[in-house]
Every structure is written in C-alpha cells, then in structure tokens.
Design a protein around this ligand. Structure first.
Ligand code: NAG
Ligand code: NAG
Ligand code: NAG
Ligand code: NAG
Length: 280
C-alpha cells in the first residue's frame, strides 16, 4: 500500500502546482465550534486517493477506504467524507487558521478532480461588551463632559463602532473611549464585531448641565430664545404677584385702620396717639 501512495505522489505534486487557484474560497470559523471545508466535488468522489493538506503538509488522507490523520494537532478533531471529500474540523482553535488544499488522485474517468483551496480564518466569539459613562465637571463648574468607555470581553480581531441616536459616528472606529458634552439627552451605543460575532451596548447620556445660569458662549439662538423667554416669564409672574400682594396688604391695612379707628372712637376721643401712629 505504501508503494501505491508513493507511486501517486508525483501526480499529486503536479496537480498542486498546476491547478490551485481555479477554485478557492474563504471561510470564517469560530473557536470551539466545527466547520466543514468543502472539497468542491459534485456528486460522489471517484478517486483512489483523497488528501487534504495545510501549508503543503498532508494532514489527512483516505485510500482504499482507510482514513489516516497525519497531523497530531488535528488528531480526534478531523474527519473526511469518503463520499464527497469534505473535511470537517471540530473544536476549532485559532491556530487552525491557514490555507487548506484538497486533492483527489486516480479518478477512473478521464477528467481529473481539480484541487480545491480553502482559506480558513478562526476567530474567538465576542462574549460581552460593556459601556460605562463618567461625568466630569470642570473645576470652575462652567462646563462638563461625559467620558464613555467601551470594553470588550473575548473575541479576536475586534472592530468597534460608535453611534449617537442611531447615527454612526465617523472616524471613531479605533477609540475605546469617547468624550462628549451633549446639551440634550442623547443615546450612545458601542458595537464590537468580528467576522463571527457582534454585540452592542447602549447608554443614555443626560444633558451635561452647567452650574451657572448665564448663557455660555456656545449657546444657540434657539437656546438663547428659550432662556430669554423664561426670564421674561419669571419677571411677568413676579410683577403680577407683587401687584397682588400689594393690593392684599393695602386691603388689610385699610381694614385694620377702620377697625382701630372705630375702636378708638368707641374708647374715647381724647387719645390722639393711636391716630398719629396709624397716620405714619
Ligand atoms: C465510505 O466508507 C464506508 C465505511 O466507512 C463504506 O461503507 C462506504 O462504501 C465508503 N464509500 C465510498 C464511496 O468509498
Ligand atoms: C473654566 O475652566 C476651563 C478649563 O477647565 C477654562 O477653559 C474656562 O475658561 C474657565 N471658565 C471660567 C469662566 O473661568
Ligand atoms: C469572512 O470574513 C471576512 C472579513 O474578514 C468577510 O469579508 C467574508 O465575507 C467572510 N466570509 C464568510 C463566508 O462569512
Ligand atoms: C456635576 O454637576 C452636576 C450638576 O450640574 C451634578 O449633578 C453632578 O453630580 C456633578 N458630577 C460630579 C462628578 O461632580
């Protein structure tokens, strides 16, 4: 049997050199899960020898219904279908990433089986994304800022993206912290993704308030109008209250005056002191 395989080797080498590139694909696998690398054969494969190699090293071969795993790293984690030639790798590891090539040799029909190349990338799934916010008031309390920090647990080759009220923030892909100073309530989200997973966390940021009521330099016309309107309203209400209070006081005073006067009249006519006090 060994002799047979050696006899076939020159054909294999020839095929590898000549035909790779005709059919190739890219697959993304997930750490811990399994993946099928298709041999790209239509129907049942008819060949004396089926082989999968990685980086030009044979990892598994099937000849005369006997399957041999030749790579210790893949021992117990790899199977090849003798029907289709498809390769199944289970319990994937990141180091399984690489270029895999399928070859079938000794086809009874005149047409030979074309080698199939599969580029496998294995990524770790993102397990969790956390979005924290921290408010920072400046020492003189004239301004404040909110720092958002996005942290990712697990995952390989992770890319971040940020959005504000559902709109993607351009140019923030490489930052894990974002400092903002919103004038109204805003919804921020951080999305972590890689080719095999994606997770999003959201946080509502309240308006970043200032301690002083005086309009800031950055105040918009709309805000300014609102402030002026509020001030006007307060002034108007105050004026109305003041007028009411005064009239009430006056009424009270009049009543007291009348009462004291009548009392004074009733008491006696010869004590003008009270009358004088009232006049003041
Ligand atoms: C594949 O292998 C099984 C045994 O493992 C055998 O029964 C079957 O005939 C084989 N098929 C081909 C096409 O060689
Ligand atoms: C408040 O402090 C900031 C720096 O923290 C400064 O830029 C700003 O001019 C200060 N404002 C006032 C009113 O002092
Ligand atoms: C694998 O991931 C790459 C990005 O790295 C992507 O362009 C490609 O479409 C993915 N392939 C599949 C089959 O999901
Ligand atoms: C910042 O100022 C706001 C009021 O404008 C206050 O509610 C908040 O607690 C302050 N935050 C810190 C960290 O000092």
């Amino acid at each position: 049997m060994q002799h047979n395989l050696l006899f076939l080797w020159p054909f294999l080498s020839l095929l590898q050199v000549c035909n790779v590139g005709g059919a190739s694909s890219v697959l993304n696998g997930t750490v811990g899960e399994s993946i099928v690398l298709p041999a790209g054969v239509h129907g049942t494969v008819q060949a004396k020898l089926l082989q999968w190699s990685e980086n030009n090293k044979v990892i598994i071969q099937s000849a005369k219904k006997r399957v041999q795993v030749l790579d210790q790293r893949l021992e117990g984690r790899v199977t090849m279908s003798n029907e289709t030639g498809d390769l199944t790798i289970s319990s994937l590891r990141e180091e399984d990433s690489g270029k895999y090539v399928f070859n079938g040799v000794g086809s009874p029909s005149s047409e030979s089986i074309l080698p199939k190349e599969v580029q496998l990338h294995v990524y770790e799934r993102i397990s969790k994304v956390q979005l924290d916010s921290q408010v920072k008031n400046s020492t003189n309390s004239s301004s404040c800022s909110v720092t958002l920090s996005c942290s990712v647990l697990g995952g390989s080759q992770v890319v971040l993206s940020w959005s504000r009220d559902g709109q993607r923030i351009a140019g923030a892909e490489k930052t894990i912290t974002l400092t903002v100073s919103p004038s109204r309530e805003e919804l921020y989200s951080c999305t972590a993704s890689n080719p095999v997973s994606s997770q999003t966390e959201r946080v509502t940021v309240p308006p970043c308030q200032t301690h002083d009521i005086a309009p800031r330099p950055g105040l918009s016309v709309c805000e300014l109008k609102a402030v002026l309107f509020s001030v006007g309203l307060v002034a108007m209400v105050s004026a109305v209250i003041a007028v009411n209070v005064r009239s009430v006081l006056q009424e009270n005073q009049n009543q007291t005056r009348t009462r004291t006067r009548s009392r004074a009249e009733w008491k006696s006519q010869d004590s003008p002191t009270e009358e004088e006090e009232e006049g003041l």
